[in-house]
Design a protein around this ligand. Structure first.
Ligand code: NI
Length: 163
């Protein structure tokens, strides 16, 4: 397993369209293992393929409440309730901001063997599912904020990157 380099805010690959994963291959097994390894090494809660420069609909989630999953061509079916909590992103290191997310989500997900499953997530797991599925749509969590707040975050982020 290899810790992969995570690309950061401003890299166009984070905004590219991601294509669906086709037939499962041993290369994808290797990629998933590397993505879990990278998530742990960076103390994250998950990682999406575009963050390692690959524009495919694949992500991993591994939260400290024990839930761990490989997301393949996932789609949110339903959301319920809301929660406000701190969110961060391995592509925007050093930034954590409170963000409202659904308390529960139901996700349609493909398994490596091609079968479909429905995954239910609550709390931190729901937050991580939403965050990673957003990445697959080219959306970063800071884009939920208005232009003023976003530019404040961006300045803070760039200053800290320089220091
Ligand atoms: Ni992220």
């Amino acid at each position: 397993m290899t810790v992969r380099q995570v690309i950061t805010w401003g890299d166009p690959r984070l905004k590219n369209k991601n294509v669906d994963v086709g037939d499962w291959t041993p290369d994808l097994d290797k990629l998933v293992a590397d993505m879990f390894e990278t998530t742990i090494a960076q103390e994250g809660a998950g990682l999406a393929a575009p963050q390692v420069g690959l524009n495919i609909n694949l992500a991993v989630v591994d939260v400290n409440t024990g839930e761990k999953i490989v997301l393949i061509n996932p789609e949110i079916l339903r959301e319920e309730g809301e929660q406000i909590g701190n969110e961060g992103c391995l592509s925007i290191p050093g930034v954590q901001e409170p963000l409202k997310r659904p308390m529960k989500v139901w996700v349609k997900n493909r398994k490596p063997n091609g079968a479909w499953e429905e995954v239910e997530g609550e709390g931190l797991f729901a937050r991580a599912l939403c965050h990673e599925i957003d990445h697959l749509k080219g959306r970063l969590f800071v884009e939920y904020f208005g232009p003023v707040k976003r530019s404040v975050i961006q300045r803070k982020y760039q200053k800290q990157r320089r220091d």
